[in-house]
Design a protein around this ligand. Structure first.
Ligand SMILES: Cc1cc2nc3c(=O)[nH]c(=O)nc-3n(C[C@H](O)[C@H](O)[C@H](O)COP(=O)(O)O)c2cc1C
Length: 396
């Protein structure tokens, strides 16, 4: 005889079915829609993580892997996300219900929220209008965008594409004159700060991208790459390390700072020692970053590195952070641990690849809405009110 219908049993069966789904097992990292599934419309998207599978369905495999990948075994890439699980928010009962004020200030610049778009290269891989479209989306959300030295469009065009504020990310990879020229062009385009990236001495080994190159169908006359970069090479590069800027030093930092008459930050600081040196060399701010897990595998997650850096800097310059931020509550945690602002790298690219400038805007709006929610439930009416008492961490 069939068992009598029970709502509880039905729910249990449904729960077991959902738990066995690959979607559930991926823990929010949803797979791209399959052949029988529909790609959701922008209005149907609820969280930043949901943009990734849509972008993946819409952009080339090579572009997706370029954005998604990290160095080597991607330990640091995963750890950036994992660290948020070791930080809990402290709820406050009967906290003031008035709408939280997300406005922030950095280097005298007023921002509607302490969230920025991180500099990422080559946006035309995911959208034909590249960084110009990203800037339009960021500006529509009121968010400041840092433009990469390796932008697909010249900085003047990106800056002019929308009214929103822009900063410039600098790679000091060419001659000192070439570097200076690049900074001057960025300043002439209206960039209000310069971030010098200091964690890319040698080209990193990104296995997803290298495999894509090996597997690509050859164009006429272009040979397929069959050699691994890990095979021995001839002198002077027996380990086949490919230098990007191995000569960058504190002297270079001082030289660039001397002619950069806007706030000058170092991006890629992960230790208290380097943060102290940065202060001593007169920089205006530091960005705690491991380049989104793309350069040194087994480097710490940025959230874990943040408290010691904030302590070493001791309030002398602002400390910013990036790496794995996907929720407004993630942003809240970093602010509580002493960061002045948070940069997001991959999420705007997912928004761009999925829905163009509108997608970028929505990604940034979702983060702001979630940050407001975290503030409301922890009794923080303003960004300045978010402090160390609002989080419990077991790594610091
Ligand atoms: C596709 C991609 C390209 C990047 N290009 C640059 C770059 O040109 N310059 C730079 O300083 N950082 C670059 N980064 C690092 C980001 O600025 C940032 O540190 C990182 O993406 C933050 O981590 P998240 O992607 O988890 O938010 C890049 C990151 C990605 C994912």
């Amino acid at each position: 005889m069939p068992a009598p219908f029970s709502r509880r049993a039905a729910l249990r069966r449904l729960g077991a079915f959902a738990a066995s789904s690959p979607l559930y097992q991926l823990g929010g990292q949803q797979r791209p829609p399959g052949l029988r599934e529909r790609v959701p419309a922008l209005e149907e998207i609820e969280s930043v993580l949901e943009f990734e599978p849509v972008a993946r369905a819409r952009i080339s495999r090579t572009a997706y892997d370029y954005v998604a990948g990290g160095v080597d075994g991607e330990f640091t890439l995963r750890r950036n996300r994992q660290a948020f699980e070791w930080a809990e928010l402290v709820p406050r009962a009967l906290a003031p219900a008035a709408a939280p004020d997300l406005s922030a200030e950095i280097f005298g610049q007023k921002l509607p929220c302490p969230i920025l778009v991180a500099p990422t290269a080559a946006h035309s891989q995911v959208h034909p209008e590249g960084e110009k479209a990203t800037h339009q989306g960021a500006a529509a959300a009121g968010v400041l965008m840092a433009v990469s030295s390796n932008s697909s469009y010249p900085i003047q065009e990106v800056a002019a594409a929308a009214k929103g504020p822009v900063w410039f990310q600098l790679y000091a990879r060419d001659t000192p004159e070439g570097t200076r020229d690049r900074v001057e062009r960025a300043l002439a385009a209206g960039c209000q700060a310069v971030l010098l990236t200091v964690d890319t001495q040698y080209m990193s080994h990104r296995e997803r991208m290298l495999h894509d190159r090996h597997l690509n169908i050859p164009a006429a006359g272009v040979p397929v790459r069959t050699r691994s970069r890990r095979q021995a090479g001839a002198p002077p590069a027996p380990y086949r390390l490919q230098p990007q800027n191995p000569d960058l030093s504190w002297k270079t930092v001082e030289a660039i700072r001397a002619y950069t008459n806007v706030p000058f930050l170092l991006k890629g600081i992960l230790t208290a020692e380097d943060a102290r040196l940065a202060v001593e060399h007169g920089v205006s701010g530091v960005v705690v970053s491991n380049h989104g897990g793309r350069y040194l595998d087994y480097a710490p997650s940025t959230l874990e590195a943040l408290p010691e850096i904030v302590q070493a800097v001791g309030g002398r310059i602002p400390v910013l952070i990036d790496g794995g931020f996907r929720r407004g509550s993630d942003v809240f945690k970093a602010l509580a641990l002493g960061a002045r602002a948070v940069l997001v790298g991959r999420p705007p690219l997912w928004g761009l690849g999925a829905f163009g400038p509108e997608g970028v805007r929505r990604v940034l709006e979702v983060l702001q809405a979630e940050l407001a929610m975290a503030m409301a439930a922890t009794g923080c009416a303003t960004i300045a009110a978010i402090d160390r008492s609002a989080v419990l961490v077991d790594f610091a």
